[in-house]
Design a protein around this ligand. Structure first.
Ligand SMILES: Nc1nc2c(c(=O)[nH]1)N[C@H]1C(S)=C(S)[C@@H](COP(=O)(O)OP(=O)(O)OC[C@H]3O[C@@H](n4cnc5c(=O)[nH]c(N)nc54)[C@H](O)[C@@H]3O)O[C@H]1N2
Ligand SMILES: Nc1nc2c(c(=O)[nH]1)N[C@H]1C(S)=C(S)[C@@H](COP(=O)(O)OP(=O)(O)OC[C@H]3O[C@@H](n4cnc5c(=O)[nH]c(N)nc54)[C@H](O)[C@@H]3O)O[C@H]1N2
Ligand SMILES: [Mo]
Length: 765
């Protein structure tokens, strides 16, 4: 292949972590003009009394909230603690039409929002508005809707339990279950898939289990970038000699080797710890094929062992006592052909068998996974097949074993626990009635895809967003953006300006809120909020920095004020009292959800408390009362992927981004510096199209026959030769979202199939 140099693209040879991670933090501090003293306080104070890192949902060691160095956590904090401001002068100087031409990076890089702003159509600008006027106008607009189901209430997973809970109470009292949620784009396949399997939609392992497993299987997550504190755990696992087998189309550097910035010897000697014992570069979307292949191998090894007079390789006692559906699964696996498995997985039978053998050899297995599993049309099936593999050898509900969905947003799991769901259970409705004296609507509301569709099609009239960047994070973003501009009302509780805010509806408000790092002072004094991490630990978080502006209000305060302005007279809820002292919100959470018993007492224990995950005790809250082996037909192969010339596109996060927040233009570990407009391609796929490393290419999305493409479904990128499997390409999220139609999602969970979109590629004109 042609060795021509492409600007800003050069291989990175270092381990993940190390000195470059420290340098990146220093540069983040500089670029966000964070006052260094403030940062020192901030790091020193991130102790039990401190705040929960807004970066990710990985648990804290020993549950003490002690600060672990993490480059991307530091970036998340500096991005919020920046001294830059997006103030009324800024909005006066720029029309919305002009701001729409800015990049996502430039918009957020203006810094923290400081004042409540309302859109003024005449001047095409956001202008300052008083808080009370904003609330009154929002209340009037919501009350003017003929049907509460015409409003969509989005939640992004940074919201605290307290904020999310008040929000869902307000929205249900208002009269709808329209709760599109970032979780719908993220781990929904987990939340929908696991309850059918094991009776709970959460992971079954705690941090302690990672000290006891003797095999870790990692599917489709990139912890070096997205959960850097997990690297401490992975490094300890590797150093214990425990094999870590990775399935990922990309050889992510942090899964190859890692230098712990806390380790003086590794840092001084520029050495590193190898992490994965083996990285299998499967094809995008090949996970079910791999899992079925591994399970076939387990059954084969079992049969062989039995034939040789051994006890077999299955946990027969567990299968008999605790599960249903084993025979059907076995029949399905017997009927699955290795040739198909190899084709769809893009791996050899020998490679998959070796992973199956490692699984059989291990006594305590954890499977950790991320978006590479969930964001497919087969996301739910992917999750369930992983669970099948674990059930075969009883790898759930005992020390060192279980399933570990690695959650995204720092409180996405907690938001769901406290009632953000479009499909309320009877228990939830009863709980709300018990605690608040009204019966909420039972009819199901909209998830993110359904809300997007309603907005596009003009069936929705209002959107309220508790954080996030809905119209950029979603699939088919252009159509959703156009839809928002036709609404009667758009309200955003936010910390930084983003593109979704600029989609001005008839009435539009940007309401600036306190971030997690900031002191939240209410009538009874400084408040703590609570969050739930990936392993179901709930703990307190208290901000300590001076708020970015004296105009900021807390999320609970803003939600309560909107509630008062909208439904204040219709319900007997003491909104002011709840906001005055968040202990009262937690008392109400406890009244609705019995699992939060003694909530206020338990979050005052260092490290907080663990919510019950019945499956971790081998109690299965499924209709059968058992854990269920679940079937999935075939190997989830996209028929389009077999057509000639079609490639499967997956979308990735760069190292310098937090979802739609772009911190910078580097993706250091993948060797991209200063740009994001690249398409990672296999050399053979470049050659087959007569393309060279560095050529500009147009991508065209190829939805299944009969399905409409996304609005403006074309994108031009620079193709670069990269170590990805043949037939697969990768580009950055959110830029590539324009290629993904809304209909391209997992029918069971509604999760958009962001990680497998058939595309065609040709040289750009
Ligand atoms: N710094 C930082 N931290 C974050 C975030 C962030 O953007 N920046 N986002 C937060 C959020 S909301 C989330 S959900 C998490 C996301 O964290 P991750 O789950 O790590 O998300 P991604 O980076 O989208 O993709 C993960 C991996 O999936 C692989 N992959 C792609 N397609 C496939 C496939 O078909 N099969 C398999 N097996 N692998 C595949 C990719 O190569 C990539 O390594 O991180 C959270 N933490
Ligand atoms: N193609 C593709 N698309 C994807 C994904 C993918 O992997 N590929 N991943 C999906 C996933 S996993 C997720 S979770 C979604 C993310 O979707 P979202 O959660 O909607 O997006 P974010 O980019 O996290 O939201 C950023 C905005 O949140 C606001 N914000 C930040 N902190 C706070 C706070 O403390 N309070 C409030 N009120 N606002 C705050 C800021 O204004 C900021 O601009 O994107 C999804 N979209
Ligand atoms: Mo996420």
């Amino acid at each position: 292949m042609d060795k021509r140099k492409v600007p800003c693209v050069r291989p990175y040879h270092g381990a993940a972590g190390g000195w470059d991670a420290l340098a990146a933090v220093a540069s983040a501090l500089r670029s966000q003009e964070v006052i260094v003293d403030g940062v020192k306080t901030l790091l020193r104070n991130n102790q039990p009394e401190g705040f929960d890192c807004p970066g990710c949902a990985w648990p804290d060691p020993k549950h003490t909230s002690q600060f672990e160095f993490c480059e991307n956590g530091a970036k998340a904090v500096t991005w919020e603690a920046t001294s830059k401001r997006t103030n009324p002068e800024f909005f006066a100087a720029h029309t919305v039409s002009e701001l729409l031409t800015w990049s996502d990076y430039d918009l957020e890089n203006e810094g923290r929002l400081t004042h409540p702003m309302a859109y003024d159509a005449e001047t095409d600008r956001f202008v300052p508005v008083g808080w009370d006027e904003a609330f009154a106008r929002i209340g009037t607009a919501l009350n003017a809707l003929p049907d509460p189901d015409l409003a969509e209430f989005y939640t992004s997973g940074r919201a605290s339990n307290e904020a999310a809970f008040l929000y869902q109470i307000f929205v249900r009292a208002y009269g709808t279950n329209n709760f599109p949620d970032c979780s719908n784009m993220c781990h929904e396949a987990t939340s929908v898939g696991l309850p059918v399997s094991i009776g709970v939609g959460k992971g079954t392992v705690t941090l302690e289990d990672y000290d006891q497993n003797d095999l870790l299987l990692s599917f489709g997550h990139n912890p070096g970038t997205n959960h850097p504190r997990m690297m401490t755990t992975l490094r300890a696992t590797a150093r214990r000699g425990v094999p870590i087998i990775v399935f990922n189309p990309l050889k992510e550097r942090a899964l190859e080797r890692f230098t712990a910035p806390q380790d003086p010897i590794e840092m001084a000697t520029l050495s590193s710890t190898p992490i994965a014992s083996r990285i299998h570069q499967l094809r995008v979307g090949g996970d079910v094929a791999v899992l079925k292949g591994m399970m076939k191998r387990v059954l084969e090894r079992d049969a062989r062992d039995l034939a040789e007079g051994g006890p077999g390789k299955l946990d027969r006692a567990f299968i008999a006592a605790h599960t249903t559906g084993f025979e059907a699964l076995k029949a399905d696996l017997d009927a699955t052909d290795w040739t198909d498995i190899e084709r769809v997985a893009g791996l050899s039978r020998a490679a998959i068998e070796s992973a199956g053998d490692a699984y059989v050899a291990a006594e305590r297995v954890i499977i950790a996974y991320g978006m590479g599993i969930t964001q497919h049309r087969s996301g739910t099936a992917n999750v369930q097949q992983m669970m099948n593999l674990l059930l075969l050898r009883g790898n759930v509900g005992r020390p060192g074993a279980g399933i570990a969905p690695i959650r995204g947003h720092s409180n996405v799991q907690g938001d769901r626990t406290v009632g953000i769901t479009e499909i309320p259970s009877a228990a939830l409705l009863d709980g709300v009635e018990r605690a608040f004296g009204f019966r909420p609507p039972a009819r199901f509301g909209h998830n993110a895809v359904e809300a997007g569709k309603a907005i596009m099609e003009g069936r929705a009239k209002a959107i309220v967003c508790l954080g996030g960047n809905f119209a950029v994070a979603m699939s088919d973003p252009r159509a959703i953006q156009a839809g928002i501009r036709r609404l009667d009302l758009a309200v955003h509780l936010a910390t930084k300006l983003n593109r979704t805010h600029l989609m001005a509806a008839r009435e539009s408000f940007i309401l600036p809120v306190l971030g997690r790092t900031e002191l939240d002072l209410q009538a009874s004094g400084p408040q703590s909020v609570t969050v739930e991490d990936s392993v179901s630990m709930v703990h307190a978080s208290r901000g300590l920095l001076k708020p970015a502006s004296d105009q900021l209000r807390s999320e609970p305060a803003v939600i309560a004020a909107i509630a008062k302005a909208t439904i204040g007279r219709r319900f007997d809820i003491d909104w002011d009292g709840l906001v005055a002292d968040y202990d009262r919100i937690r008392d109400k959470i406890e009244a609705v959800f019995p699992e939060f018993k003694d909530y206020n007492a338990r979050i005052r224990q260092p490290g907080g408390f663990l919510l019950d995950v019945p499956a971790a005790r081998r109690v299965w809250r499924t209709p059968s009362g058992k854990a269920n082996f679940l079937l999935m037909d075939g190997l989830c192969e996209d028929p389009r992927a077999r057509e000639s010339g079609v490639l499967t596109l997956t979308t990735l996060r760069a190292h310098d981004q937090y979802n739609t927040t772009i911190y910078g233009l580097n993706d250091r570990y993948r060797g991209i510096f200063g740009r994001r407009d690249v398409l990672f391609m296999n050399e053979a796929d470049l050659a087959a199209r007569g393309l060279a490393h560095g050529d500009r290419v147009d991508l065209e999305s190829m939805p299944p026959a009969g399905e409409a493409p996304a609005q403006g479904a074309a994108l031009t990128l620079t193709a670069i030769a990269y170590d990805v499997p043949k037939g697969c390409v990768a580009a950055y999220y959110p830029e590539a979202n324009v290629l993904i139609p809304l209909a391209h999602h997992d029918p069971e969970s509604g999760t958009p199939s962001y990680k497998s979109m058939p595309v065609r590629i040709r040289r750009a004109a």
